[in-house]
Write a protein that binds this ligand. Structure first.
Ligand code: DAH
Length: 339
């Protein structure tokens, strides 16, 4: 019996395995209920009484030895696994640097959310446009200065293909294909042939809003503007409308808000007037409705358009327009906490 035990012991000593399945097979072979060690225990019953103590001890030792051997085989496989892939699981993870949203995106989303609450939905159009959608359909006279090469980037002449100079082009696209009531908000990038400086850029961003329905009045426009200004700049914000001119609206106006930096007292930002201009607006000119296939006798509309950079400057006091497109992470990181 002792010989058998010793033979088993040296057999177990030599064991090797290269997969977890092999280790499990060895465990079953030696340590399960019908394994070699259990068989020894069964035979232990017929061992003469005077040898029971020695043999019993030897079987116990063998059992412990087998258990340890098989456990260590299992563990060595685990460590071998990670070592061979060269991964150190104990190393601390490297920093994850969270990005931040661009200030113009933050403000664009804020504007969209404000209008969404009163039933406007987002509409988009192409940045590469034709003369009809950017100018002609919007009542620009053939000799209007905005059509001049100085302002517009042309990709091709006659027929004209150009980069849109304002998001008003989306108005006409939507009116051409949609029956009133129309309530849309159109964010997008626009292009103008301007020398780049702290105050002007050859591309910038606008948001346009358009409402067309029966019985739309200037009072609806004014109330919408007041709602927008107070949601965007705070409940104490005052608005002021000044008469203005745009080809596609009649009457037209520009809206000022009470300067939110000095609270209307006067500072360098508002040029000591207490007011800052933020958008253009007006009642959609009947010519525009008709050009886009909407009966101007039945329907009326209002429209408004604003520059996102300008609104962003008012909220965050960005001094130089160029910062918006330079991708300087020190500038962008300043907006990390904003949302
Ligand atoms: N499209 C004008 C611009 O680029 C802004 C504008 C003014 C849009 C009045 C409008 C509006 O819808 O009614 O300067």
């Amino acid at each position: 019996m002792l010989d058998r035990i010793n033979r088993l012991k040296s057999e177990i000593e030599q064991l090797s395995a290269s997969t977890p399945e092999e280790v499990e097979a060895l465990r079953i072979k030696y340590l399960s209920k019908k394994g070699e060690v259990s068989l020894l225990m069964n035979d232990f019953r017929s061992v003469p009484a005077d040898q029971k103590r020695v043999i019993g001890q030897a079987i116990n030792e063998l059992k412990n030895f087998a258990t340890e051997r098989i456990n260590s085989l299992r563990e060595s496989l685990l460590t071998a696994d990670t070592e061979c892939e060269g991964i150190d699981l104990t190393r601390t993870a490297s920093d994850i640097r969270l990005g931040s949203r661009h200030p113009l995106s933050l403000v664009r989303e804020e504007i969209i959310d404000i209008f969404r609450k009163i039933g406007f939905s987002v509409a988009e159009g192409p940045e590469i446009e034709d003369d009809w959608h950017v100018f002609e359909s919007l009542n620009f006279a053939a000799d209007h200065p905005a059509r001049d090469m100085q302002d517009t980037f042309f990709i091709q002449r006659s027929p004209d293909v150009l980069l849109r100079t304002h998001t008003s082009s989306v108005q006409s696209r939507v009116m051409e294909t949609t029956k009133p009531p129309i309530r849309i908000i159109c964010p997008g990038r626009v292009y103008r042939n301007e020398a780049i400086s702290a105050r002007a850029h050859c591309f910038f961003h606008q948001v346009e809003a358009l409402y067309v329905n029966e019985d739309v009045s200037f009072a609806d426009l004014r109330q919408t503007l007041l709602y927008f200004a107070r949601e965007m700049f705070g409940p104490d914000t005052q608005i002021r409308l000044r008469p203005s001119y745009f080809p596609f609206t009649e009457p037209s106006a520009e809206m000022d808000i009470s300067c939110n930096l000095c609270g209307g007292k006067g500072c360098s930002f508002c040029k000591h007037t207490g007011w800052v201009e933020i958008l253009g607006c007006g009642m959609v000119d009947p010519n525009v409705l008709d050009a886009c296939g909407i009966d101007s006798k039945r329907y009326k509309g209002f429209a408004l358009g604003m520059g996102i950079e300008r609104i962003t400057n008012l909220k965050y006091q960005v001094k130089d327009l160029r910062m918006f497109s330079e991708n300087d992470v020190r500038f962008l990181n300043e907006f990390q906490a904003a949302h």
